[in-house]
Design a protein. Structure first.
Length: 236
């Protein structure tokens, strides 16, 4: 075991692994690119509709059930299904099938938590806001969304970490990223490369968790953070 860990350290210290297209900086950048793209688009597609449905409390159960169906399909299955579609549309392999798989992975937790957070705001709080003359839109933007913000942001954080971990699948369909080390390592039976790739993915996931937690602490008042994290762990 000690000998193996020494080989892993030597792998990281090899200058050849820090330059070029297959170098660690470039692979990390590719991984970050697709993570940011998938998480950002998922947030745009999921959060606003969920907030509106949660505010109206109409049709939410049906839509949440439909969104939950995405969770029943493994991300690898989505990659495989998306591949012929992207090829047929002339988008090719690599980025787009990987992006679609990660998009479908990130949407459910964001949508479900956003809907749950807004729909679960204390009715007395809303009634008090309306009692002082706030319009429906003002209640939504000034009361419901701020009250649900810990749950919404916690869902984005959890989804982003999941995307980082799952983006390794992109290497199977020709995308780069840190999954390249794992897939290529398996192909040539290089356990050191596989282990190094896994360490890099785990490290990037931890960095993502730390950055998103910092954003959460910055945006959400301390009194609301604990409740948001707890609901996120249950709903995601």
């Amino acid at each position: 075991m000690i000998e193996f860990l020494g080989e892993v350290v030597a792998w990281f210290l090899d200058p050849a692994h820090w330059t070029g297209a297959n170098g660690i900086p470039n692979r990390v950048w590719e991984h970050v690119q697709i993570t940011v793209a998938a998480t950002s688009v998922a947030a745009l597609l999921a959060i606003l509709p969920a907030i509106v449905l949660g505010h109206r409390k109409q049709g939410g159960t049906l839509v949440v059930g439909a969104v939950n169906l995405f969770r029943a399909v493994p991300s690898f299955g989505i990659v495989v299904l998306a591949l012929p579609i992207t090829i047929g549309l002339g988008l090719g392999i690599g980025f787009w099938p990987t992006f679609l798989a990660l998009l479908f992975l990130a949407i459910p937790p964001m949508f479900i938590n956003s809907y749950t957070g807004v729909a679960g705001v204390d009715p007395d709080l809303i009634e008090a806001a309306r009692g002082v003359g706030m319009t429906d839109a003002q209640c939504l933007l000034g009361v419901e969304v701020p009250a649900a913000s810990p749950i919404i942001i916690a869902a984005v954080r959890v989804a982003a970490v999941q995307v980082v971990a799952t983006a390794t699948l992109g290497a199977i369909v020709g995308w780069g990223g840190l999954g390249r080390y794992i897939i290529d390592g398996f192909a040539i039976q290089d356990d050191v490369m596989v282990f190094a790739g896994a360490l890099l993915v785990a490290g990037l996931a931890l960095v993502t968790e730390g950055l998103m937690s910092a954003v959460e602490r910055w945006l959400v008042p301390k009194g609301l953070q604990t409740a948001g994290n707890e609901v996120a762990r249950i709903a995601v």
